[in-house]
Design a protein around this ligand. Structure first.
Ligand code: NAD
Length: 325
């Protein structure tokens, strides 16, 4: 791979992916509605484009010499934590499906060799705590818990249909919850690790933070560097027509996530349950397929939070100082 287009390169995972591709010697064009918020893009070229528009997808795919990129990484999406997903079903189903429909089709028509699509474990049904690990085929018969999951499942199928028709190499990863520095940490789109890190940073030692629901929902969290490494293992693999879950085997309740963050922060923190969109009761997915590529996560939840919490705490402190100034 000499050239790559990263769609959603102004976002959390896309900006980390662009940085890693450049580090590996790939020439990268990033595309997004916005530049990355927290540090300059690593991409050699960056275009601000709305990818819901077909013409903008065509423009994004035209490399400086007029050729198509060797690989397209499609991570542009309407995206957020549970609060956002439950309040923005129309935007998610309309905007993300337009981005995916145009980008996969224009990529196939222009001879892109490799196409990566970022799906989600939200394609799976709700699970009960203690259920055995579900493999990728368990997404059917389909019963995603939310409309975000339905959009992902449809867009997965659309990508594989283009692989069959046009011979394009398509790789699809279903991400678990991803966290790390430079992710959204406030504003309504933040996910649980960032939201709880912010609340812990704002709380005093011995304080209390609110969590949505009873905190017993079971979740899995993957550190962003491990996820990016998993994407690149999948893209280099021969796993044709086979979506792959990318996550760790470390499942914790939301209460345990909060305890881990409080421990890293060195604070004694209690929680109070409040009403809020909780999402599914439990998760437990097989990672055998992605591990067959030689990939393995390098960060435990504790390791990843130890790198993430200080970054969120610094954002909280900077925002407080700016408010005072
Ligand atoms: P993010 O919101 O940080 O990044 C998505 C980017 O897409 C944003 O920068 C946004 O501006 C851009 N975008 C949205 N609409 C656009 C448009 N019309 N044109 C151009 N760009 C547009 O989200 P993320 O966490 O980096 O997620 C990246 C991908 O991974 C998404 O497809 C998401 O659904 C998927 N995913 C993420 C997680 C997670 O835990 N973060 C979990 C499962 C799946």
């Amino acid at each position: 791979m000499k050239t790559a287009l990263v769609c959603g390169a102004g976002g959390f995972i896309g900006s980390h992916l662009a940085r890693e591709l450049v580090r590996r010697g790939v020439w990268v064009r990033g595309v997004d509605l916005k530049m990355p918020e927290f540090s300059p893009t690593a991409a050699q070229d960056f275009k601000i484009l709305d990818l819901r528009d077909r013409e903008n997808c065509v423009a994004a795919l035209a490399m400086p010499d007029g050729s198509a990129p060797d690989a397209v990484f499609q991570l542009a999406a309407e995206m957020g934590g549970m609060g956002y997903i439950h309040s923005a079903a129309c935007e998610i189903m309309h905007d993300s499906v337009l981005i995916n429909a145009h980008m996969v089709r224009e990529s196939a028509l222009r001879g892109v060799k490799t196409y990566f699509f970022s799906s989600s474990v939200c394609v799976y049904r709700d699970m009960k705590p203690g259920e055995p690990a579900m493999a990728e085929d368990g997404a059917y018969p389909a019963a995603p818990d939310n409309d975000y999951g339905w959009e992902k499942l449809y867009s997965e199928r659309m990508a594989f249909a283009h692989a069959r028709r046009y011979g394009m190499k398509v790789r699809v990863a279903r991400f678990q919850n991803c966290y790390g520095p430079e992710g959204t940490w406030r504003g309504g789109r933040e996910k649980a690790p960032a939201a709880l890190s912010r609340k812990v940073a704002e709380a005093h030692d011995g304080g209390t933070v609110d969590i949505w629901g009873d905190g017993l929902a079971v979740r899995n969290f993957i550190y962003v560097d491990d996820l990016v490494d998993g994407i690149l293992h999948l893209v280099g693999s021969d796993l044709d027509f086979a979506p792959a879950n990318i996550g760790t085997e470390e499942y914790v309740t939301v209460r345990q996530l909060l305890e881990t963050i409080a421990e890293v922060a060195g604070k004694k923190i209690s929680f109070r349950s409040v009403d809020g969109p909780v999402g599914v009761a439990s998760r437990n997915f097989s990672t055998a397929r992605i591990r067959s590529t030689g990939w393995a996560p390098r960060h435990s939840l504790r390791d990843g939070i130890a790198k993430t919490y200080p970054w969120v705490a610094a954002q909280v402190a900077a925002a407080a100082a700016a408010g005072r100034g």
